[in-house]
Design a protein around this ligand. Sequence first.
Ligand code: IMP
Ligand code: MG
Length: 179
Amino acid sequence: MLDNDIKEVLVSKEQLEEINARLGAQITRDFADKNLLVIGILKGSIYFMTDLTRCIDLPLKLDFMAVSSYGGGTTSTGAVQIIKDVDINLVGYDVLLVEDILDSGRTLDYVRTMLSARGANSISIVTLLDKPARRVVDLTPDYVGCDVPDEFVVGYGLDYDQKYRNLPYIGALKREIYE
Ligand code: IMP
Ligand code: MG
């Protein structure tokens, strides 16, 4: 069914669980004395954010932002639009931005720059997936689930044309679907 459009599994369900456990433990250590506010970038980060935060053994708050940099295609334009801003005032918080995938880096670079004027103690970035080969801005995430090759990937929150988000693993989409 949903699997028919997937060429190859890149990150399995089991690997996702391992990633969440590893990153959750690291973040628990690093933010132990901090005032953690986790901000998910909608919609791609939803599954990652809900699983990851359940592996963080600290009091924390959750908030969300929605941005768009895409359209229906598969490459980022750099024109980032804020569709939904956070509700919480960032003053005094150590912010952890949760992203599904870092590609050119333009989206997160824009969001980080915008938020850094709002008085947070610190702003860190966790991304489930990274395509370091495609970076066009100077942005290094603090935490990475795993690197992926230069393929269009979907599942576990990531979409193509708003579909495939509910696939329980990360897969490479067949080229004929998006070309
Ligand atoms: P960037 O601004 O080029 O880093 O693009 C980041 C955003 O593009 C991510 O938050 C995703 O929403 C989307 N994106 C980039 N690569 C992929 C992909 O392979 N699959 C699905 N979405 C992607
Ligand atoms: Mg996204």
